[in-house]
Design a protein around this ligand. Structure first.
Ligand code: SF4
Length: 444
């Protein structure tokens, strides 16, 4: 065994969902607390963490090719850790196939990275895919991230077992982080400059806990508590499951001004037979009825969704039901994918796997409909006045980019004759013109 010098710089490459982005930030804070710093862009890092996503198509194969690319020109390699859902799912298999990998760490165990790095330096190869519920949050360092919009994981894991999804296997059973810990972390994020917090969870609306008076509260109660933080101006949450939606959370959209008018609620298919085969435990009709209730509570709410085309056995008529769902809901935004089997999930071995060209054609038709609707939503916003939370500078001098309350990207120009802006400002604008992906605005 050879030992390596203490790593001074790190690079974390996070793939996939916002929860991985959050985990990547927490790992960066953890490594920062150990005295390490992020490797400057374009330079080699002493330690590379691949924070993987199992939802990527051919996820495991892509991780192995990502690992191969980390070898440097002189033949050496950094200390490599594989984290995230592929690490959880593949575990020792990664060690067996990739001698360069020194650490494999699951999403519930990354708080133990510093000890793993120590062992790896001494030449050991370490795998930790334990799933101790909530343990990591108790030992991670305090939040230091300075950005106007921050993620806060409130819930992890999933008990729903949709037949196409690996999350219940890689992230474990549903757990909710304690109320007091979340309020504390939110305060620290706001103190560090966050003006918007997005509450994250695989089933975020399944979050529950006890408030500081010992009363049982759901996500609406947590949102209400966070809304009392004066410098926190916007709250969002994602991703929800239709079956965990409570009356109180729906009502909160009409009652809490800081809760933004945006809801991401995956439906996956418009066909009841496909939804049953997916084990989604809701119907097309119940989903539509739920969206109507949100629209009653908050008429301007922007609805976003997730879709899978070509689930095993999906017929042409069942795909048409998905298009009908799109026509009914008129999504402001959506994510759509071709079905691809995930090893170990029930759907991977179902009969009736759909041919690639059929899936391609269905995806094209679905995306055309979704783009039509997101453009229409943006066009209907023209003339509205609203606040934009400034997130970064644009490419041109004096140009700023940010998000509207409906999570649309908007840009505006400040300049000599107009008040300047800064990252983190909430700027009152009028929306002037719309494209499918962004809006032009002017400061008012
Ligand atoms: S609800 Fe279904 S799709 Fe979402 S994480 Fe759970 S199993 Fe996966």
């Amino acid at each position: 065994m050879t030992s390596v010098t203490e790593p001074k710089t790190y690079r974390i490459k996070s793939f996939g969902c916002q929860m991985n982005v959050y985990d990547g930030e927490r790992m960066a804070e953890l490594l920062g607390a150990q005295g390490m710093s992020a490797a400057p862009e374009g330079s080699d890092a002493d330690l590379v963490v691949l924070n993987t996503c199992h939802i990527r198509e051919k996820a495991a194969e892509k991780v192995y090719s990502d690992i191969g690319r980390l070898r440097r020109e002189d033949g050496s390699a950094p200390l490599i850790a594989v984290a995230g859902c592929v690490a959880q799912a593949e575990g020792e298999e990664i060690m067996a196939r990739s001698p360069d990998v020194k650490m494999v760490v699951g999403p519930q165990a990354y708080h133990r990275l510093p000890a793993m790095i120590e062992k790896a330096r001494r030449g050991e190869r370490v795998t930790d895919t334990d799933m101790p519920a909530n343990a990591k949050f108790g030992v991670l360092p305090q939040r230091t991230r300075r950005a106007p919009s921050a993620f806060l994981t409130v819930q992890e894991g999933c008990d729903k077992f949709c037949t196409y999804c690996v999350v219940p296997y890689t992230r474990g059973a549903e757990i909710s982080r304690p109320f007091a810990d979340l309020v504390e972390e939110a305060k620290r994020l706001v103190d560090a400059g966050a003006r918007e917090i997005t509450l994250l969870g695989q089933n975020v609306n399944a979050w529950d806990g006890e408030d500081d008076k010992g009363r049982a509260v759901g996500l609406d109660g947590l949102i209400l508590e966070l809304a009392a933080l004066p410098d926190l101006r916007r709250i969002r949450y994602t991703t929800s499951h239709p079956n965990d939606m409570s009356d109180a959370l729906i009502a909160a959209h009409g009652e809490i001004d800081k809760l933004m008018p945006y809801l991401h609620l995956p439906v996956q298919s418009g066909s009841n037979r496909v939804l049953a085969a997916m084990n989604r435990s809701h119907s097309a009709e119940s989903y539509v009825a739920l969206i109507e209730r949100f629209r009653t509570a908050r008429p301007d709410i922007a609805i976003s969704g997730d879709f899978i085309v070509g689930f095993p056995g999906e017929t042409d008529a069942e795909f048409e039901d998905t298009l009908k769902m799109v026509d009914t809901i008129r999504y402001a935004a959506a994510f759509s994918f071709k079905y691809s089997p995930r090893p170990g999930t029930p759907a991977a071995t179902m009969d009736g796997q759909i041919a690639k060209d059929v899936m391609d054609e269905r995806l094209q038709r679905l995306q055309a409909a979704l783009q039509r609707d997101s453009l229409a939503f943006n066009q209907a916003s023209v003339g509205r006045t609203c606040e934009v939370l400034v997130e970064r500078k644009g490419r041109k001098p004096g140009q700023w980019l940010g998000k509207t309350p409906w999570l649309q990207s908007a840009w505006f120009a400040s300049g000599p004759d107009r008040a300047d802006a800064a990252i983190g400002d909430l700027v009152q604008v009028e929306l002037l013109a719309a494209g499918p992906n962004s809006l032009e605005a002017r400061v008012i």
